[in-house]
Design a protein around this ligand. Sequence first.
Ligand code: ADP
Ligand code: MG
Length: 364
Amino acid sequence: MSRGAGLTGRRPYRHYYPAALLTAVILVGAGLEACGKTPEASRARFQAMGTLVEVSVYGEDAATADAAGAEVEALFDQLQQRWDPWGEGELGRLNANAGGIEPLMVDEDLAQLLDGAAAISRDSEGLFDPAVGGLIRMWAFSSEELVPTSPPDAEKIQQAVAAGRPLYEIWRADTRQLLLGPGTAIDLGGFAKGVAVDMAIDLLRNKGIENAIVNAGGDLRAIGRHGDRAWRIGVRDPRGEGVLAAIDVEGDESVFTSGDYERYFIFEGRRYHHIIDPRDGYPTPGVSSVTVIHQQAAVADAAATALFVAGVDAWPRTAARLGVTQVMLVETSGTIHMSPQMEDRTWLIPDPKPEVNIQQIPAL
Ligand code: ADP
Ligand code: MG
């Protein structure tokens, strides 16, 4: 996510992890399908929030598509600066006040973002918790510049977990105030990309564009169609270079994936990745990726992170609490868990087929 104002276009962190160069979800219009009959969508590409953003527009002239792409780029740049946890913007200001005496009042934009994040933090019973920013920093996953090589001291992790309070407990929505404890911070890395994608889609719609995809590093929201067919997207195989599943998306849907391959290091044969369980302060074991389809990108983004932390056994309950019905969870063993609503529309690519376990999302 937003790893520092001024980092636009630079991804030093990724140089250390060649596997991370592939995006989680790939537009496969050009890959899986021999297309050529339908005219290609126009695309604008730029770097923002630590990832490659692609705006594809179908059925508009090039000038309209280019202008829209430029506006989306400006929007992402602006949001990246405002929501950088360690920068000069509003969120940076809030985090810099951690350990202070007086709570800070935040501007309306950030308040809205925190309202949304706090609601998902509560609904996920704290599994999604942007208040883990201190821990993320301790693990050195908070910056593109830092390259973590070993886990932090176990005692420090324990202390941070014990001192941590979830966002939904500390955010005072009525007065727009927040006071963070010493060493704690808000990190919107699991949410802000989704919010930005939603805002970008609103922007495109306000310009009269009806068929488009905003794809931020493989996480995307699609509206309309690609001419006479749906938009076809691919979900990356978390342990390979290829595509694990293809899904047709049309109307208005978001597809977001959280994975253990985006930011990680191997220490003494174990993989440590950037999705941290707020209950123990360690990366959630056993899961390599979670993909969620939901209309709103912000919900899909946060839900993918929450269900990743919920893990192999608990994800259906957390999905139910978040009102999410389409989920695919890939275990580190390769076994795939899906809700029936996801299985219905998913085309698994690998041959032989991986083991698949269909799990109902319970009614609560
Ligand atoms: P990806 O970057 O792979 O799309 P996510 O959307 O899950 O994955 O975002 C991961 C980021 O979310 C981390 O880099 C960190 O900034 C933040 N994060 C990590 N653990 C949590 C958590 N339990 N709750 C909320 N945010 C988290
Ligand atoms: Mg997320």
